[in-house]
Design a protein around this ligand. Structure first.
Ligand code: AMP
Length: 415
């Protein structure tokens, strides 16, 4: 990635209009922003353009309005938050069509060092149809026209794995395009971890389904020294090895694949660590994220899970075993929780791993955490500040770990 043009390569931008694709897809509750991380992560690029006296036009999607101008998914609260943080009045084009005449006028009248935020790009159904509907490209053309077809900066890592009008389409209609600082940072940390890791390199993968992470496991097996598998994924691997898994979430159709992956790990000399004991429960209420009254929760002694119980977290022996590998690692990539961590009683394994990763980082390891749930887990363990890099893109970081080229990045020119 570092061969891609970045905002630092843009020259003489004073007075020019720059369209910046940000990821302002923040969690909202009744119009109130619940978490400002993504807004804060966009500030370095915006501040740089402000200091250069550009005319800045920001755009982003918010949620999935699917072409409907849903008021609850308006970017209006983001304009307020940006104004507070930047110390300049960010103008907001509250336009259900995003690029209508009133917005064009606001963009045309921008003065040097002023900032305009467009409305939710997904208010236009074409936004996500770039690859499916050839008329969608017109929306990209309209967006680019707002910046006089001059300069486009992509700083939305969270949508880099999608080819949409506002991140890929626009690049066809501007004179210059570049990556913003956030995209640059994300790709540096993820890229260095994957392509030039300090050894030993450990991957920790958890979450619900093996099927979601097959490509990640396959790609990482040729790069890592060790891999820890936790969460429900582990039970498919354990069942494939002949252990009893009770009523744990097992993907029966992935048992052969799990055997293949275990063989591949062995042939490549990769240490493949699975839990050696479990917290098990007779029932979990996924709606209320709690243990229902009357349910039994206990620890197993070993690997087998008795009938009527499901595995819900890694047990203490597993954590002790994993801790040796985490402590020795010099590069750690983590995606996915080790148990049903949304339920307080079953979050221990995930939180312990978060603490261990933070400790290893203090000892000099590089740690990269991606995926919404692992990011919540490091916050829950109050160690998010101690991790080398917490990715802002769940899906994008996962596709990066799969070794895929991200269309939002591929569309940017090289230096
Ligand atoms: P993912 O999006 O694939 O990273 O999966 C995250 C989800 O996996 C979380 O909602 C967890 O509750 C869930 N998960 C983790 N461990 C288990 C488990 N043992 N049984 C069921 N779900 C789990």
């Amino acid at each position: 990635m570092l061969n891609k043009k970045t905002v630092d390569d843009l020259k003489d931008i004073a007075g020019k209009k720059v369209l910046v694709r940000c990821d302002f897809n923040v969690p909202l509750k009744q119009g109130v922003i619940q978490n400002y991380k993504r807004i804060d992560a966009a500030l370095p690029t915006i501040k740089k353009l402000l200091s250069e006296k550009a005319k800045i036009i920001l755009c982003s999607h918010m949620g999935k309005p699917k072409g409907e101008p849903l008021p609850e998914l308006s970017l209006a609260p983001v304009a307020v938050a940006l104004s507070e943080r930047l110390g300049v009045q960010v103008k907001f084009a509250d336009d259900p069509k995003v690029t209508s005449d009133a917005t064009k006028k606001m963009a045309a009248e921008l003065k040097d060092g002023e900032v305009l935020l467009l409305q939710n790009t997904r208010y236009r159904k074409e936004e996500t149809k770039l690859e499916k509907d050839e008329t969608a490209i017109k929306f990209a053309e309209e967006l680019a026209a707002l910046c006089d077809n001059e300069i486009f900066v992509n700083d939305a890592f969270g949508t880099a794995h999608r080819a949409h009008c506002s991140n890929v389409g626009v690049t066809k209609f501007v004179k210059e395009a570049a990556a913003g600082y956030l995209v640059e940072k994300e790709l540096k940390f993820l890229g260095d971890a994957l392509n030039a890791p300090v050894k030993p390199f450990l991957a920790i993968l958890g979450g619900a389904k093996v099927s979601d992470k097959i490509n990640v496991i396959e790609n990482l097996l040729s790069k890592v020294d060790s891999i820890i598998i936790g969460g429900a994924m582990a039970y498919t691997f354990l069942k494939a090895q002949g252990y009893k898994t009770g009523k744990s979430l097992v993907e029966e159709d992935k048992l052969d694949l799990a055997k293949d992956l275990l063989k591949k790990a062995e042939s490549k000399g990769v240490k493949f660590l699975l839990p050696v004991d479990h917290v098990i429960a007779t029932a979990v209420d996924f709606e209320t994220k709690s243990v229902p009254a009357g349910a039994t929760v206990k620890n197993t002694d070993g690997l087998d899970i008795e009938d009527g119980f499901m595995g819900v977290d890694a047990g203490p022996k597993s954590i002790a075993k994993f801790s040796e590998v985490v402590k020795a690692a010099k590069t750690i990539v983590w995606n996915g929780p080790l148990g049903i961590f949304e339920v307080a009683e079953f979050s221990v394994g995930t939180v312990e791993i978060a603490k261990l990763v933070a400790e290893a980082t203090k000892g000099g390891a590089i740690s990269v955490v991606g995926g919404g749930d692992s990011v919540s887990a490091v916050k829950k363990a109050s160690v998010d500040k101690e991790i080398t890099h917490v990715s802002t893109g769940g899906g994008a970081s996962l596709e990066f770990l799969e070794g895929k080229e991200l269309p939002g990045i591929a569309a940017l020119p090289t230096k």
